[in-house]
Ligand binder design. Structure first.
Ligand SMILES: [Ca+2]
Ligand SMILES: [Ca+2]
Ligand SMILES: [Ca+2]
Length: 488
């Protein structure tokens, strides 16, 4: 019996970036930069915001226009993404209904998982919201007195009425765009401190008004907080999270991140600034840094053509920055090879790391593959165990026998020596690891790192797939996520 397995593999590029800006000595009287400052997003994927070209009640087909919006193609829309269709004023989801993306048909069309219950509004929007908890951490240089406070400033879109409406925002420039507050209030912000008693009160969360940014005011009380204390402000919780911006509508290049600046200040009882830092958060792909900050970090993930030699293998599939389309697999029990390049440049004195994980095993129609060893019996393509001496997401092992099935990866240096391991280490042929499984709470693993600045350091990430002839037929996919972190 001929079985067809459609296997596709989406790469979701997500970056957490940590920047530390050193201000000139004379920038503020007696103020200093925090000695360590970072804002880590739990999810750094850009929100998706396209127009609507057509969509008719009873049909599951939606088309989008190719110009005029933050997103003008389906490149950053993935199967299983939740989508909401709005009118031009974004007055909720039409029919009060959300859908899941079933599959992407072309660069301007996709299917939803159930027929549309209403005609769509061709002046409206296609929205797939991405939201994140912000974990903002910093170390005090100066003590905060008992009547002092912390002020966190988060960029908001410069359009009145749109800063806190629960829909992702876009603008023609980074300076005019930001994170939607999504109704977040004081109860959704928490604070922890090490080195002083944790007697802080979240006094207010104020939405941007169309010309201002969002601000969070946290008051000290009773006692001072000593220098060198480490403060962590967590903005958002399981109930309410800030909504990541959509791409800016002018000058955004897929593969290049939009970078936003979060500012944190500590102040005395008269609101004089004690310490402050700008922290950069980048949503998707590589990073450009705004003109006020000299430090840079950029990361680019790029596709690799088929018949390219990578990791000692010849690739059989042409990849892009956002997909590894294995296509229809009928060649069971043989290795399928694909690759992407990952390129890093940074002037960070302390260097950088890039980590990788997957949302889950490749599941049939995106089903959940419960546990770290889900395989054929669960309608999933397993994570490879390599050869009889098994590999894991932590420990590499040679994978030479086509009797061992699943998905795995290896690494090769192209420029520099930043790869965490190599395909030919220990005289091996294709030394491999599993992708860490987020669904099973596995820890994402480093694939590239350097202890100092990097100039276009580049590796091949080589994917390998081997499918058993008894694998149930179907469409299998998962998402692989890259997370880049630099500390200045
Ligand atoms: Ca909004
Ligand atoms: Ca799993
Ligand atoms: Ca694993």
């Amino acid at each position: 019996m001929m079985k067809k397995i459609f296997v596709s593999f989406f790469v979701c590029l997500i970056f957490s970036l940590i920047f530390f800006k050193i201000l000139p000595e004379n920038s503020k009287l007696d103020s200093a930069s925090f000695t360590n400052a970072s804002d880590t997003l739990s999810n750094s994927r850009l929100s998706y915001r396209a127009g609507v070209a057509s969509g008719t009640s009873g049909s599951s087909l939606v088309t989008i226009p190719a110009t005029g919006n933050a997103d003008n193609d389906t490149n950053h829309l993935f199967p299983n993404d939740t989508v909401c269709f709005t009118d031009a004023g974004m007055n909720g989801c039409i029919g009060s209904t959300t859908y899941n993306v079933a599959n992407i048909i072309s660069t301007t069309s996709f299917n939803v998982n159930t027929p549309l219950t209403n005609n769509l509004d061709t002046s409206g929007f296609t929205i797939a919201t991405q939201s994140a908890i912000h974990t903002i951490s910093f170390t005090l240089v100066n003590a905060v007195p008992s009547n002092g406070n912390i002020l966190v400033t988060i960029p908001a879109v410069k359009t009145a009425g749109k800063t806190n409406d629960g829909f992702p925002d876009t603008a023609s420039s980074i300076a005019n765009n930001g994170f939607d507050l999504n109704g977040l209030g004081t109860t959704n912000v928490s604070i922890a401190s090490t080195g002083c008693t944790n007697n802080w009160t979240v006094a207010s969360v104020t939405a941007g008004n169309g010309s201002t940014n969002h601000t969070i005011l946290i008051n000290r009380s009773t006692t001072s907080c000593a220098a060198s204390s480490v403060i962590t402000v967590t903005v958002g919780d399981v109930n309410k999270q800030l909504i990541n911006p959509a791409p800016i509508s002018t000058g955004h290049t897929q593969g290049v991140a939009d970078v936003y600046t979060i500012n944190v200040q500590t102040r005395d009882g008269s609101n004089n600034v004690l310490d402050q830092s700008d922290m950069k958060v980048a949503v998707i792909e590589s990073v450009l840094v705004s003109a006020t900050v000299q430090e840079t970090l950029s990361m680019t993930v790029a596709g690799v053509a088929s018949t390219t030699s990578a990791c000692g293998q010849t690739t059989g599939v042409t990849t892009t920055a956002t997909s590894v389309p294995w296509g229809t697999v009928s060649n069971f029990g043989s290795f399928q090879q694909a690759a992407q390049t990952v390129t890093i440049s940074t002037n960070a004195a302390s260097g950088y790391t890039v980590k990788v994980d997957e949302n889950d095993q490749m599941g049939k129609d995106g089903k959940v593959c419960t546990g770290d060893a889900a395989g054929e019996a669960q309608n999933c393509i397993q994570d490879t165990t390599c050869n009889a001496t098994g590999c894991t997401e932590v420990t590499s092992q040679d994978w030479t026998s086509t009797s061992y099935y699943g998905l795995g990866y290896s690494l090769a240096n192209i420029s520099g020596t930043d790869a965490a391991f190599l395909y030919n280490e220990s005289a091996r042929t294709f030394s491999s690891k599993q992708f860490a499984d987020q669904e099973a709470s596995e820890t994402k693993q480093t694939i590239m790192s350097k202890a100092g600045p990097a100039a276009s350091d580049q590796v091949y990430l080589c994917y390998r797939l081997n499918v058993s002839s008894t694998q149930p037929a179907g469409y299998y996919f998962n998402k692989v996520r890259y997370t880049a972190t630099a500390t200045f």
